[in-house]
Write a protein that binds this ligand. Structure first.
Ligand SMILES: [Zn+2]
Length: 368
């Protein structure tokens, strides 16, 4: 049943941020005290969930059956453009309290006709539940997301979407050079020079902050590459329950391509060097990018699609979305860095794939 529920969730736009390649290891108020926002967030992380989010959890549990019904009725395609999405506690609490006062709180959706009748509310509930879980996870790692917030991806997206403001260009320049020299350069330029300055800093910004998100970081020891009659094959030893191994084997199909003459094979192994598939009680699925030795699957998120994304982290690919704390809006922002929506490492949706270039990178790293 869980699978149905999250297959439905997987089609909501926020599902694209359900998983994460973590460069931080744990949560707690130990290192960061750089701003009120950081310490507040870490404080919230230490506390139990807020009463309103707890009530939302309960409402979600009450409507599991309705959500299952709905999963068979709906389909949403992801949007395909550069977009900044916002996630704020204040907004989620307002939405949660509205929903808790709404019709769902007194209705059952255990029958399909009721699930259909309340489908809009159920959609909102599923989305809110997912968003609150994500928010709580982000708050727990606030130090990291606060630092990332200093990278001006918002300005980059504005420039890419045609909002060519001088201040955006200066912002991009300022993370590459010092701000006074960027301001000096901007004061000197005129007309056509402004376009070339814009292009120059967009390109430099992409080289430093965007391109690495599409590149394999390093090969992982213990993955063997074999030559076969059909091309190259990587062999990845995995440990987990029988069900998890089967899911991982299905997931490996995303990383196999006839056209690219490349295959990923999952073998069940009890060796200590095998990649462990683990189930965690809360939070999004993730791989710790420092050691890349286990795939942690969030509750109800053991689907092959999610595992295929996490497998990408194990192989060495980062997430190609940007997520950070945005001081201006006092919320977390999320930007998918491949606006086509078709790269599985940027966006988890049923139609996402592994770009052909990724297979070439794997071959160069693991087989040459
Ligand atoms: Zn990820």
């Amino acid at each position: 049943m869980q699978v149905h529920k999250f297959r439905f969730l997987g089609r909501l736009w926020l599902s694209i941020i359900l998983t994460v390649g973590l460069f931080v290891t744990s949560c707690g108020p130990k290192t960061e005290n750089k701003s009120l926002s950081v310490s507040n967030a870490l404080q919230l992380c230490q506390n139990d969930s807020s009463p309103i989010f707890e009530s939302l959890d309960q409402l979600f549990l009450n409507h599991q059956q309705g959500l299952n019904w709905l999963s068979r009725l709906t389909f949403e395609t992801p949007k395909r453009q550069y977009q900044v999405r916002y996630l704020s506690r204040a907004q989620l609490e307002t939405q949660a309290s509205l929903l808790l006062r709404g019709e769902l709180s007194s209705q059952s959706t255990a029958q399909i006709d009721q699930a259909f009748k309340y489908k809009e509310e159920l959609r909102k509930l599923a989305k809110l539940k997912e968003q609150t879980e994500r928010l709580e996870f982000l708050e727990c790692h606030m130090g990291n997301y606060y630092r990332l917030g200093k990278i001006p991806f918002k300005s980059y997206v504005d420039l890419k979407n045609g909002n060519t403001h001088l201040e955006h260009v200066v912002e991009l320049c300022s993370v590459l050079r010092n701000k006074p020299s960027c301001l000096a350069e901007s004061r000197l330029i005129r007309g056509a020079d402004f376009n070339s300055m814009t292009e120059k800093y967009i390109k430099k910004f992409e080289q430093k902050f965007l391109d690495p998100r599409f590149k394999l970081t390093s090969r992982l020891e213990g993955i063997e590459c074999k030559k076969t009659t059909e091309g190259k094959k990587l062999i990845l030893p995995v440990s987990g329950t029988e069900q998890d191994i089967i899911a991982a084997q299905t997931a490996a199909q995303w990383w196999s391509s006839k056209t690219e003459k490349f295959q990923l094979e999952i073998v069940s192994s009890n060796s200590s060097s095998a990649i462990k598939i683990q189930h965690i009680d809360e939070g999004p699925s993730h791989v710790n990018m420092h050691d890349r030795n286990e795939i942690n699957l969030g509750p109800g998120l053991a689907s092959p699609l999610i595992i295929a994304h996490e497998m990408g982290h194990i192989l060495g690919f980062p997430d190609c979305y940007f997520e950070a704390w945005d001081k201006d809006s006092e919320s977390f922002i999320y930007i998918e860095l491949d606006p086509t929506g078709s790269n599985l490492m940027c966006n988890i949706n049923g139609s996402a794939k592994i770009p052909s270039d990724y297979f070439k990178q794997l071959e160069a790293s693991y087989c040459d």
